[in-house]
Ligand binder design. Structure first.
Ligand SMILES: Nc1ncnc2c1ncn2[C@@H]1O[C@H](COP(=O)(O)OP(=O)(O)OP(=O)(O)O)[C@@H](O)[C@H]1O
Ligand SMILES: [Mg+2]
Length: 238
């Protein structure tokens, strides 16, 4: 089956004073793929996905999702169209239980108490937090809070799930669980992952986009990216 473009940016830019955080980026994602964005600190990765999900206004350029121009839409309107994201900084409600966090996210889509209970249990089970339902989120270890965030994202049934450094702070065992989860999620959603852990990137991504200085430095399959001398110089440090 021919690839279908889900998301495309055209000349997308964001300047902060004199800093060109993102500088004329043309970026496209196919439906169903797992894509990783890598690049050094300050490369513009978070700013780029911030503009894709509507948290950051572009200085210039357009964002298209499912062939519609969504540049002017609010973050919430984009969530409703199927773009879900988890932040680099954790965004769960610390005073609520895991169950209530996920229920809040799922209740727009799932109606009726029984159905909602079932759906929340399913989502918590999916991210490996089934036995934590009654625990207040704020006391969970950091890694579990990150998994809870993914459950919040999945509760929206997204077409595109954007994760900004999801494995930061996770143990090796949690990272293995995360990779299995993302492969499973990819059966029903496109996944865009900003990730510094190269083992995770190489294991999960079908394609990798390398950013440096606000621009796309390279793009390709994992083995191409690993072999690219420019990428090695700018990022892989060898
Ligand atoms: N709100 C802001 N105000 C001013 N400068 C900003 C702002 N947000 C980002 N920047 C700058 O824009 C550039 C890109 O930042 P961004 O956070 O997008 O990088 P990143 O690739 O996500 O980095 P990291 O890997 O450290 O998360 C950096 O130089 C950063 O200092
Ligand atoms: Mg970032």
């Amino acid at each position: 089956m021919a690839a279908v473009t889900l998301l495309a940016t055209e000349g997308l830019s964001r300047h902060f004073g004199g800093v060109k955080a993102v500088d004329g980026v043309d970026f496209a994602l196919d439906r169903g793929e797992i894509r990783a964005i890598i690049g050094p600190n300050g490369a513009g990765k978070t700013t780029l996905v911030g503009m894709i999900c509507g948290r950051i206004d572009p200085s210039r350029g357009r964002v298209r999702f499912e062939d519609r121009d969504i540049t002017g839409l609010s973050a919430w309107a984009r969530v409703q169209r199927g773009i879900a994201y988890t932040f680099q900084i954790t965004s769960v409600f610390g005073g609520l239980t895991c169950f209530d966090n996920v229920a809040l996210a799922a209740q727009r889509r799932v109606h009726g108490h029984r159905a909602l209970d079932r759906e929340v249990a399913r989502l918590l089970g999916r991210v490996g937090l089934a036995d934590r339902a009654g625990v207040v989120a704020g006391v969970l270890p950091y890694g579990h809070q990150r998994l809870l965030e993914i459950a919040l994202g999945l509760a929206l049934k997204p077409k595109l799930l954007i994760l900004d450094e999801p494995t930061q702070g996770l143990s090796d065992a949690e990272i293995d669980h995360f990779c299995a989860l993302i492969r499973d999620v990819a059966a029903e959603a496109t996944v865009l992952l900003i990730e510094h852990n190269m083992a995770v990137v190489m294991e999960l991504a079908q394609r990798i986009t390398v950013m440096d200085n606000g621009r796309i430095l390279a793009e390709g399959a994992p083995e191409e990216i690993r072999a690219n001398p420019q990428v090695q110089e700018a990022y892989l440090g060898s």
